[in-house]
Write a protein that binds this ligand. Structure first.
Ligand code: KIV
Ligand code: ZN
Length: 522
């Protein structure tokens, strides 16, 4: 289905600023490894996202490294680093972005009475002063500076206009108006953007941006309302990942503008047919499942169950579909290859699915594919993607699963015998537990001791049949560190052990690169 009115002129283009790797990654448990962040950044760039907020460099060495590595490889999109209104933050962001082809520093300060009084202990004049000094400092490093009024929607209008004016005068090129706590309603948010643009001198010289959180489920509606009020940048995340209830979902923004061009005559440069791939990747690396009925990318978004709906769709898909599944990259499950398929076909299939592997990783993945094809009647695209993602997650890890035997069933006691490779040394231990998973995790813990508690154990099936691969996510928490590991295998217990070991590996890495809780931004 196409919109009746199509926006074409550059003034109607909405810049897509993706903050999956910054605001999204801040959600408890969603932390990603450097490898995973690079994978996400490369996909966002390929999709046509305009700006990638890659992290908050002062927050931790891990964040600094991620921004700096992403800055080195991304050639098309602008790479952005976040900084509070403090000299050290801005200098660190500039250092992390030093190798970027195109860089942006994003500096912010809380402007609402609550933030000024309780978080900053600064009065209006002092906040105003910080806006000027932070934007001025950031401009010394780049002429692309974004300034955000944190908690803008609960800030007095006069003061908001005063600080926006100061930021523009000091050289900010993008002014972001966050609804940090997801409090606004669409009409209110639109009016806020209109009010600022009407009252602030030189407002026409900058781009206004929205950054809406989803506490009331209004993030996407508010962002779009902001655009009708004159904003031309939307900050959003894949799958709506983000603090608390999350941010505006990128896929919903892109498709709302595409499908409803008749009433929203604006456009983005994002390639919509890559939305599903991005959603799957972010869900896999963050281990945040996508709800079945999630708009655009949910498993049921294009499923028709009731007889009347099925009848209508068979006669004409438009009876119950406002966009085609293909337009967002949903393919009907396709049977790919069997045990007789060769290396060449396998490599071609990986390329089609968007994976590029080095020779060693390719060999390893091919061996696993052959093994899978021996055990499983039908091998689908989803199986291959799960297998390769699993291989990528396990490769280069300090701790690896070598062997597992589980005794389960009604007789009890349930027992597990686990062999791990810990930095080249094989060690075998056995344990009994309250069920096979408990026994297995206890055996692993006795080889690799830790204080972490299990916060999530989640099993899903990659495809539909009873011989489907299981995809398991395990979330472990140790102090303020929360990590998530994943594993895939046709044997649910093996997938579970792999997921647990993968989380342990992340925990070891995070111990060295911890991110203080106080340094999270909204
Ligand atoms: O929600 C918020 O206000 C933020 C700012 C750092 C832009 O994330
Ligand atoms: Zn935010």
């Amino acid at each position: 289905m196409t919109a009746k009115t199509e926006a074409k002129s550059e003034k109607d283009r909405v810049v897509i600023f993706d903050t999956t790797l910054r605001d999204g990654e801040q959600s408890p448990g969603a932390s990603m490894t450097l490898e995973e962040k690079l994978q996400v950044a490369e996909l966002l760039d390929e999709m046509g996202v305009d700006i990638i907020e890659a992290g908050f460099p002062i927050a931790s060495n891990g964040d600094f490294e991620a921004v700096s590595e992403i800055a080195k490889v991304i050639k098309r999109a602008v790479v952005c680093g976040l900084a509070r209104a403090a000299t050290g933050d801005i200098d660190r962001a500039a250092e992390a972005l030093a190798h970027a082809e195109r860089r942006r520093i994003h500096t912010f300060i809380g402007t609402s009475p609550l933030h000024r009084q309780f978080q900053l202990q600064l009065d209006q004049d002092q906040v105003h002063e910080r806006v000027i000094s932070s934007v001025t400092r950031a401009r010394n490093y780049t002429d692309d500076v974004e300034w955000s009024a944190m908690d803008a929607t609960r800030t007095e209008h006069d003061f908001l206009c005063r600080v926006v004016e100061a930021a523009i005068r000091s050289g900010a090129t993008t002014i972001n108006i966050p609804d940090t706590v997801g409090y606004a309603t669409p009409e209110e948010f639109r009016n806020l953007i209109v009010m600022i643009r009407e009252r602030v001198p030189n407002a026409d010289k900058v781009v206004f941006s929205t950054h809406c959180h989803d506490d009331l489920g209004l993030a996407v509606a508010n962002s779009l309302a902001g655009v009708t009020g004159g904003a031309r940048q939307i900050e959003c995340t894949i799958n709506g990942l983000g603090e608390r209830a999350g941010n505006a979902a990128l896929e919903e923004i892109v498709m709302a503008l595409k499908v409803r061009g008749d009433v929203l005559p604006y456009f983005t440069n994002v390639e919509a047919s890559m939305l599903m791939r991005a959603s799957k990747l972010v869900s896999a690396v963050s281990a945040f499942p996508v709800q079945y009925n999630k708009a655009i990318v949910g498993k049921n978004a294009f499923a028709h169950e009731s007889g009347i709906h099925q009848d209508g769709v068979l006669k004409n898909a438009q009876t119950y579909e406002i966009m085609t599944p293909e337009s967002v990259g949903v393919k009907s499950t396709s049977l790919v290859m069997g045990k007789h398929s060769g290396r060449h076909a396998f490599r071609e299939k990986l390329a089609e699915l968007g994976f590029e592997l080095g020779q060693n990783a390719l060999e390893e993945a091919f061996k696993r594919f052959k093994d899978l094809a021996d055990r499983k009647k039908h091998v689908f695209d989803e199986d291959i993607a799960a297998l390769v993602e699993d291989e990528m997650a396990q490769s280069g890890e300090a701790i690896r699963l070598v062997a597992l035997t589980v005794i389960a069933g009604t007789g009890g006691p349930q027992k597990a015998i686990v062999t791990l490779d810990v930095e080249g040394q094989h060690e075998t231990r056995e344990a009994v537990g309250d069920g096979p998973v408990d026994a297995m995790f206890k055996a692993i813990k006795s080889i690799a001791p830790h204080e972490a508690t299990l916060q999530l154990y989640q099993v899903g099936a990659v495809t539909e049949e009873s011989d489907a691969q299981a995809e398991v996510s395990v979330r472990l928490g140790e102090g303020d560190k929360i990590v998530t590991g994943r594993g895939a295998d046709t044997d649910t217990m093996v997938a579970s052990a792999k997921a647990y070991v993968s989380a342990l590996n992340k925990l070891v890495t995070r111990r060295a690169k911890s991110k203080p809780e106080a340094l999270k931004a909204g």
